[in-house]
Design a protein around this ligand. Structure first.
Ligand SMILES: *Cc1c(COP(=O)(O)O)cnc(C)c1O
Length: 512
């Protein structure tokens, strides 16, 4: 992880060129050998409507198997992934995903099950789901769990539907839901989806809920407060019991956004501090590979007074020890997705929880918190920390190099040259970087990250132009953030084709 001198990079093209597969095409080359035809040949024009046919062959690349395999293997090596690189993304826990989880969820006896199979055929998976339900209820300190929701945001929606159903049964509809100003965007969005109005509660300068503002905003129209604790700025709000009491005194519920459970597993049980409903992001806390729209699961846990409203069907254990799907719940909000939930993700979470056990889960959270506070302590003299520690599993820091024309974006992009995935930027406050190292990184990786961040801070002052062009070791450097996504230009150009060598390669104009 040593810094790269810009002179080494001028037009060097450290990553060898990779042509497009179309450019590799040579007429007649073929990667597949098909068996002799054993059905009668038909003329396409006689069986397919003519408006769907064309005289021209599709412009597909023609390459041999070896060339195709190598082309895609080379491209795959360029991927940034949590298996290849440190990923200190804040907010969305991106921890290493133990491979045993993948083995379990890919076992043919589990992966090939069909949701229409009769209960007596699938007792094994029902038993696993029942056990996962019990484990998540125990970790939450709450009465019952629904495994159905497919993501954190989906869990929020389901939780709010449960809360709304409760209020409808107890005094009538409550139109208002409170969300702190540090809330994740999905919180107010879930309120809107559930026909509720999100009202913002201010935070104190230390990132905790402003109790005076809460007292002002709460009334008998309030259905719930949705809190993220530890909050999105990485601090634990120790006022949580007091917050719960204020809500309960007004007949409202406390909803916990459990995206940050990685900080408190086995340390605090949300139900013990007054939470009525929470969701888990199994893909974050319980180690399923996610991102880029990958699969997730967002089970919710609820207190006893809300159990009867949970989605159906619910997996239950009968007195004779067998498992079944139970739909006999007159007050249920119904189903929130097809079938039973995101089973592959649920199996990964079950495996992770069983592999670590209660002590292992607590140990993971303690290490996640220790890692975050270690990084913060080692960086606090070169970056600005707007919220005081101690931190939970993540923290926010602000690169203050505006006098040198260096922004948080420049710092984040430069990290790529050190093999580190850029952290979350400018959220939940402007110009910040949000760092979450997770429990899985070694001290060596954490120290290398510290050295990289310190070197970047030095370069920001001494050679800011270097940061303006970072990353310098990638096939392209600084893309136009908008057009790169909307009008991607996937063509590689040799360095001499771009004006001025490495520094200019991949500039915004390239994506036109
Ligand atoms: C990730 C996250 C969510 C949304 O969860 P998804 O599983 O992505 O739908 C909600 N709140 C917070 C604080 C989060 O970090």
């Amino acid at each position: 992880m040593s810094p790269i001198e810009p002179s080494e990079l001028q037009g060097a093209g450290l990553v060898p060129p990779e042509p497009l597969i179309f450019e590799m095409s040579s007429p007649g080359a073929c990667g597949a050998s098909l068996p002799p035809q054993d059905v009668p040949e038909l003329d396409a024009w006689s069986v397919i409507p003519s408006e769907l046919l064309t005289d021209e062959s599709p412009p597909l690349p023609e390459v041999g198997e070896c060339d195709a395999v190598r082309h895609f293997t080379r491209l795959a090596r360029r991927l940034f992934s949590v298996d290849g690189n440190f990923y200190p993304l804040g907010s969305c826990t991106m921890k290493y995903n133990p491979k045993i989880n993948e083995r379990a969820s890919a076992m043919p006896s589990l992966a090939n099950l069909h949701p229409y199979q009769p209960e007596e055929d699938v007792q094994g998976i029902l038993g696993m789901l029942h056990e996962l339900r019990a484990a998540l209820a125990e970790i939450a300190g709450l009465a019952e769990v629904s495994l159905q929701p497919s993501a954190g945001a989906h869990g929020e929606m389901t939780g709010l539907m449960v809360i709304n159903a409760y209020h409808r049964d107890h005094g009538g509809v409550r139109p208002k839901v409170l969300t702190p100003d540090t809330a994740h965007g999905t919180n107010p969005a879930s309120c809107a989806v559930c026909g509720r109005h999100a009202t913002v509660v201010a935070s104190q300068p230390d990132g905790r809920v402003d109790m005076a503002d809460l007292a002002k905003k709460i009334d008998e129209q309030t259905a719930a407060l949705m809190i993220t604790n530890p909050s999105t700025v990485g601090v634990w709000d120790g006022q949580i019991r007091e917050i719960a009491k204020i809500l309960h005194d007004h007949g409202a519920m406390l909803y916990l956004d459990g995206a940050n459970m990685n900080a408190i597993l086995g340390i605090v049980r949300p139900g013990d501090v007054g939470v009525d409903v929470m969701h888990y992001n199994l893909h974050k806390t319980f180690s399923t590979p996610h991102g880029c729209g990958g699969p997730g699961a967002g089970p919710i846990a609820v207190a006893g007074h809300l159990s009867e409203y949970l989605p159906v069907p619910q997996v239950i254990r009968r007195d004779d020890g067998t498992y079944a799907w139970d739909s006999d719940r007159p007050k249920t909000i119904g189903k929130v997705r097809s079938f039973y939930g995101q089973i592959g993700v649920l199996i990964r979470a079950w495996t992770y929880i069983r592999a670590l056990g209660p002590d292992g889960l607590r140990d993971a959270s303690e290490k996640a918190v220790l890692s975050a506070n270690y990084l913060a302590a080692r960086l606090s003299d070169v970056y600005h920390f707007p919220f005081a520690g101690p931190y939970a599993h993540e923290f926010i820091m602000v690169p203050e190099f505006r006098d040198y024309g260096v922004t948080e974006l420049d710092v984040a992009k430069r990290l790529i040259d050190y093999g580190v995935h850029p952290p979350t930027m400018s959220w939940p406050i402007a110009h910040c970087l949000m760092i979450e190292p997770t429990e899985s990184e070694s001290l060596g990786t954490l120290d290398a990250f510290v050295e990289a961040m310190r070197a970047i801070a030095r370069d920001a002052k001494e050679r800011p132009e270097l940061l303006h062009h970072a990353p310098l070791t990638m096939p392209v450097n600084r893309l136009d953030e908008v057009t790169a996504a909307r009008r991607p230009d996937l063509r590689w150009r040799p360095p001499e084709a771009a004006s001025g060598g490495a520094a200019d390669r991949g500039g915004p104009s390239q994506s036109s």
